[in-house]
Design a protein around this ligand. Sequence first.
Ligand SMILES: [Zn+2]
Length: 512
Amino acid sequence: MRLPALLLLAASGLLAQRPYIAIAGFQHESNSFHSVPTPLAEFNRRVIPPGADLIATWADNNDEIAGYIEEGRKHGFDFYPTVARMAMPAGPVTREAFETITKEIVDKLKAAPRKLDGVLLALHGAMVSQDYLHADAEIVRRVREAMGPQMPIIVTHDFHANISPEIVQYSTVLLNYKEVPHIDQKERGRKAAEIMSRIVKDGVKPVQVLVKPAMIYNLRFQHTFAEPLKPIVDETKKLEKDPEILAASVAGGYQWGDVPAVGASVVIAVNGNRDRAEREAKRLSNMLWDTRDRLKLNLPTPATAVKMAMEETKTLPVTLVEMGDNIGGGSAGDSTFMLAELLKQKATGWVSVIYDPAEVERAVKLGIGGAFDAMVGGKTDKVHGAPVRVRGTVKVLHDGVFMDTAIRHGGQKYYDQGLSAVIEVEGSTRDLPNYVLLTSKRMVPFSLHQLYSVGIVPERQKILVVKAAVAFRAAYEPLNGRIIEVDTGGSTAVNPAQFNFKNAPKDLFGIK
Ligand SMILES: [Zn+2]
């Protein structure tokens, strides 16, 4: 009833009050296979000191909330800022964190000083909490319950959202970023505010439809500036040029969420025309589905990769990439899959770096030249491989501080991998020694000086193992050797078959 009344006022030029729009944000990408939950204290990103001007601080950014504000100002919105909190990706959100922050948002919305006309809500879309497999949907459900069925609630999501029918039902319009890397966050925030304006000022009536192709769209292929995703994302951009289409979104999904809604999604929001929304959503979903023969992972197993590296004689050294223990992506740094395989196949001339402070202590006690025999790595949790028996001699002890003056990923110059020990491992030859470098701190392999500093010359080794995904390349590609990405286990494994899914649909393409 309220919308036509507003329209009437607007038409007669008597609109006394500007649209009053609330803003809230609560974002987390939750890895179901990450053993460490995310507590309340971690939700400190975007938190503004008490007394600061929330809108001015939020506006000074390049994210979707800044986009809400920039566009909303053009449409004459008055903003009601509530809460915006986010945390770095890690394990599921604790009950305390979820309940506290959701309550903050709902309580503030209910306490608005005057009647709200709409809510702009920034969520990630892949949040899992201890109680809710789709925590984002529960947030919107509670906001809807508090605000009533007529309140326009526009939700923005990350491209890596796992979208469920429930969240599409509770929200008025849901849209996500179109781009990976995410460089269009602000633009999508602006879009959300523009849609809000069309709803509250022009009386637009959104209907939205979700269609999910039965697939996990592997992260390895979630690059929207390249085939096969680019033409599909381009199609959503084309659709949004049509005034009937309010928002057209394709979400790649987040494969480390063991949830019923895991996988790719298409959400189309249209002004009134449900048939059109259904038709376009199905069409885009089919486009995603039709790319599946181009989504074969095809990475070698550790056994195959070690064999390939041992057989390589020309393009050396061979760098084996442990994708499942991508330290820069927050993993453990102590996975042992490659180390175990190198020992099993009796490879020579290799280097493996393992985070293991306890065994560094042991090496220090033994002293240089001491006989080392201990179980190494695999101690952080159960998903990064079992500890592996390493026998050899303590070759080098080092304080772990090193420097790289060249510009590498992250632009860092000084590094500290903590007290460190090099073990020369059994099976070494004079020309091709085997080295385990044990560190006391997790260290990203962004600099070869990690090795030079402890007396290891990577150019002279045959096989180097890095725990990484992409960023190591700035340091390792100049070696002009061969790089082999390996399908290893761990909390950042790219192969869903590495995980034991309990809540995801069993028959999704790409899950096995
Ligand atoms: Zn993302």
